[in-house]
Design a protein. Structure first.
Length: 534
């Protein structure tokens, strides 16, 4: 090609590129203008001095807080519910993606990161809670945290509680939308099982309650992941009875104290215990002095961590009969109110109730998590393979597995009652976690990601199959195909992860989505697809 033609091509390329860039910028300006007109205050763009602190405030996983992480064009923090429909209108008119954030705990950062131009609708100020102890219900807005919900319930009554997650800073909006479990789950099921009404803004900007949204959509948002269907403004929840006092215990056993045999036994009994008794197992690696047992310098610590919804005198004989090998004695047990048990499981001093109102965790780090369901006990030699994985170098900072017992109320609720399908037949759920720090992240985060993927692969023969089930609130982008720009998910692609999170409920979720948001406006890398082709 002649030099002149080459130069012409070069200038043409530059010209078209600048046209695309300037029209993209104009489009962004139109969008921002619309937003500011509709919203006057509470719109933060990168030119605002508080933009970065507002963005980072709710981020719980530093993997998604790097300078290279895509940032939103704007963050909107409405003060009142009626301010939300205009945000949706501006975003739709300008084809701008919305990420709704309540507590920001999403494991893959989906509430505040997107690969296409986007805004964050941050519900941090939509966080009111009204408790009616007489009818045993509460209305709680999505931006409220679990800790504040527990606190407000306890303020009204010491004998009412709510069966949701263990970490007080979790947002109600995302948590109930994905299920939500905690120490009361064997007695009362999931948080989403105890939702009786909700308010949502749909794609047309209408504010709907249970009656006006209809039972199909009301079914979908209780466990199907709210982000696919609209913006959930508030949930009405049924509160549950708790006694004046409950009992807690935490017993550590190492490999040298027969941990492998104890865990092996726990697998067959934890799901069969009375509904009042919840015993989970937390596995971690522990450094010990050289040559004192374990493998080299390390051993495994199994923490049997329990809530009993009753008193010590009933608990001790029950444990003696079902799990004498653990050796639980009276001095291991602590009596406290249910609200104090929330602090106990968080590791806070049990008399510092005000800590439940803190929105920010004292420290956050880099992590990756995965989940599994176990339907047959893992043999002892299978457990020993896990210990070998924990002795690898990548587990040095912290690697944890949490075994959460199922059974009880979880077995009684039909798999199709809400989109969360993991019910009868499951002995327990596993959460696999690996954490690392800023220094390791600066060197090589991939190392830790690859370790947890190896652990997950190792677990294949021991966990549920066809599909290999997963918990949607432990969002994991590894488990299915998602396309590169993260804007659409086709039905066949989505079915890969969809059947893992929702089993047979996935197709009903797709049908609801197709009716309520046919144009697929509410989307993320793992949102429910619409069958309408645009
Ligand atoms: P976030 O705001 O990140 O939202 C999560 C998802 O829901 C995103 O896709 C978001 O767009 C969408 N969303 C949020 N608000 C919405 C709204 N109002 N309308 C529509 N869509 C909305 N789980 C559990 O069951 N039991 C537990 O004990 C724990 N413990 C725990 C501890 C820690 C430290 C973390 C980081 C996470 C957990 N989880 C958990 C998982 C937690 O339940 C899950 O991440 C929830 O989705 C978090 O809800 P947030 O509102 O905080 O997240």
């Amino acid at each position: 090609m002649k030099l002149r033609s080459l130069l012409a091509l070069f200038f043409l390329a530059i010209f078209s590129f600048s046209l695309v860039v300037s029209s993209a910028k104009e489009h962004d300006l139109d969008f921002l203008e619309c937003l500011k007109k509709a919203h006057e205050s509470n719109v933060y763009t990168p030119t605002n001095s508080s933009y970065t602190s507002i963005l980072s405030f709710s981020i719980q996983n530093l993997r998604f807080d790097a300078p290279s992480t895509p940032k939103p064009l704007a963050i909107v923090t409405p003060q009142q519910e009626p301010q939300i429909p205009p945000v949706i209108r501006c975003a739709r008119e300008n084809e701008m993606e919305i990420r709704t954030r309540s507590g920001g705990h999403d494991y893959e950062g989906l509430s505040y990161v997107s690969k296409v131009p986007f805004l964050i609708l941050d519900l941090i100020n939509i966080s009111g809670i009204t408790v009616d102890a007489k009818s045993k219900t509460a209305w709680v807005q999505s931006g409220a945290t679990l800790g504040s919900l527990y606190y407000r319930v306890a303020e009204k009554s010491r004998t009412l509680g709510f069966p949701a997650g263990l970490c007080p800073t979790i947002g109600v909006g995302g948590h109930l939308g994905g299920g939500g479990y905690g120490t009361l789950m064997r007695k009362y099921g999931l948080a989403a099982d105890n939702v009786v009404d909700a308010r949502i803004v749909d794609v047309n900007g209408r504010i709907l309650d249970r009656k006006s949204m209809g039972e199909d959509l009301f079914w979908a948002i209780r466990g199907g992941g709210g982000a696919s269907f609209g913006v959930i403004l508030a949930w009405k929840v049924r509160l549950v009875d708790v006694p004046q006092n409950v009992t807690v215990f935490s017993i550590d056993r190492t490999l040298e104290q027969n941990a492998t045999r104890l865990i092996h036994k726990w697998q067959s009994l934890a799901h069969k215990l009375e509904k009042d008794l919840f015993i989970r197992v937390i596995l971690s690696r522990m450094n010990i002095k050289p040559n004192q047992g374990g493998t080299g310098n390390y051993t495994i610590r199994a923490t049997f961590n329990s809530l009993f919804v009753g008193g010590i005198d009933r608990l001790l004989p029950m444990m003696q009969e079902s799990f004498p090998e653990l050796g639980l004695v009276r001095k291991d047990c602590i009596t406290m109110s249910w609200i104090q048990s929330i602090l106990y499981f968080t590791g806070f001093p049990i008399d510092s109730l005000e800590l439940l109102l803190e929105r920010k965790q004292s420290s956050v780090g880099y992590f990756k998590a995965k989940s599994d369901y176990v339907q047959n006990p893992i043999p002892e030699n299978g457990l020993e393979g896990i210990w070998r994985m924990f002795f690898q170098a990548e587990a040095n900072l912290q690697a944890v597995m949490i075994f959460t017992p199922y059974g009880g109320r979880m077995d009684e609720i039909a798999a199709s009652s809400i989109p969360f399908p993991h019910r009868a037949g499951n002995l327990y759920k596993i959460q696999h976690l690996v954490f690392w720090g800023a220094a390791e992240a600066a060197r090589d985060s991939e190392r830790y990601l690859s370790w947890i993927r190896r652990l997950y692969k190792y677990m294949t023969p021991y966990v549920s199959k066809s599909p290999r089930e997963a918990y949607v609130n432990y969002r994991d982008l590894d488990i299915g195909a998602n396309n590169d720009n993260g804007t659409t998910t086709s039905y066949p692609q989505a079915k890969i992860w969809g059947s893992k999170y929702f089993k047979n409920n996935f197709d009903r979720l797709v049908r609801v989505k197709t009716v309520v948001d046919p144009g697929n406006f509410f989307k993320n890398e793992q949102s429910i697809p619409s069958l309408v082709i645009r």
